[in-house]
Design a protein around this ligand. Structure first.
Ligand code: DGL
Length: 281
């Protein structure tokens, strides 16, 4: 029987955004085996109602539990903002989200904090709440950027249109004289070159991916869950087209990953109760 320490860490996102967390895992925890799931058949998440996201997250975590993961990192801000609290107690492995580690890192760097995110994350107010709980004097401006995820998933990062959209989204934050900018969606780090071309170099850029992996390392130590054998190759699975994901990912991974297609266990019967939907809205 395989000991739990040598089970993989599960990470998931709607698409290629989670690769920014995967890269941090490779950098900070190279000894760990990883299972990566992308819900590409249902992407983007960021325009969806919270009840739907909660249901998707439950389906993904149920599948991850069947794969015997020892921990899950939600490599998705939208899921972390809308579903983490609800699902944390429902599974018997630790589940980490990106919002709190990102918020903690942001308040260490500045007081005038801009957050770019999906519309669902901005609407949830999760970053403002997390930041102001740590530092009530910090000012927070959240800007929804609905076009970014589709542009990244369509591999249109280098088109002039993407730069124009970035200018449009960032302009109100620059007008507020922010000193810190949080990538409040894991996809956005893929736009770093475009964003750095617009934001002055004095603005601190915070990628929560880096800090959630630091938190994961602490948690693994605390629970004595660190891997004891050499890491296995990362296993990739998607709900949509495996070839599309493999081709798109290559630019960030440096290799063509082998990608499996999976259909998630669908939770047909009232996976989300009306009370939960009301609580989330
Ligand atoms: N990358 C995800 C996030 O961090 C989801 C983006 C989406 O599918 O809209 O929010």
């Amino acid at each position: 029987m395989r000991e739990i320490q040598n089970s993989p860490i599960g990470i998931f996102d709607s698409g290629v955004g989670g690769l920014t967390v995967l890269r941090e895992l490779y950098r900070q925890l190279p000894q760990e085996s990883i299972l990566y799931f992308a819900d590409t058949a249902r992407l983007p998440y960021g325009n969806r109602p919270s009840g739907e996201i909660l249901q998707f997250v439950r389906e993904i975590l149920t599948w991850m539990a069947q794969q015997n993961v020892k921990m899950v990192i939600m490599a998705c801000n939208t899921s972390s903002a809308l579903a983490l609290e609800a699902v944390r107690q429902e599974f018997d492995f630790p589940i980490l989200g990106v919002i709190l580690p990102g918020a903690k890192a942001a308040v260490k760097q500045g007081q005038r904090i801009g957050v770019i995110s999906t519309p669902a994350t901005a609407k949830s107010n999760a970053y403002r709440q997390a930041i102001q709980e740590i530092d009530p004097n910090a000012q927070v401006w959240q800007i929804p950027c609905p076009e970014f995820v589709p542009l990244i998933e369509q591999n249109r990062i280098w088109e002039p249109y993407t730069k124009q959209m970035a200018q449009l989204y960032l302009q109100p934050l620059l007008a507020r004289n922010i000193d810190t900018l949080v990538y409040g969606c894991t996809h956005y780090r893929h736009l770093e070159t475009v964003i750095k071309g617009i934001v002055p170099p004095t603005v601190n850029l915070i990628d929560p991916a880096r800090y959630v992996v630091q938190a994961a390392e602490k948690e693994l130590k605390l629970m004595a869950l660190g891997q004891t054998r050499p890491a296995l190759p990362t296993r990739f699975a998607v709900s949509g087209c495996p070839q599309t994901f493999s081709q798109l990912s290559q630019q960030w991974l440096g290799y063509h990953p082998t990608v499996e297609s999976v259909s998630l266990p669908t939770m047909v019967t009232a996976a989300v109760t009306w009370e939960e939907v009301e609580m989330l809205e």
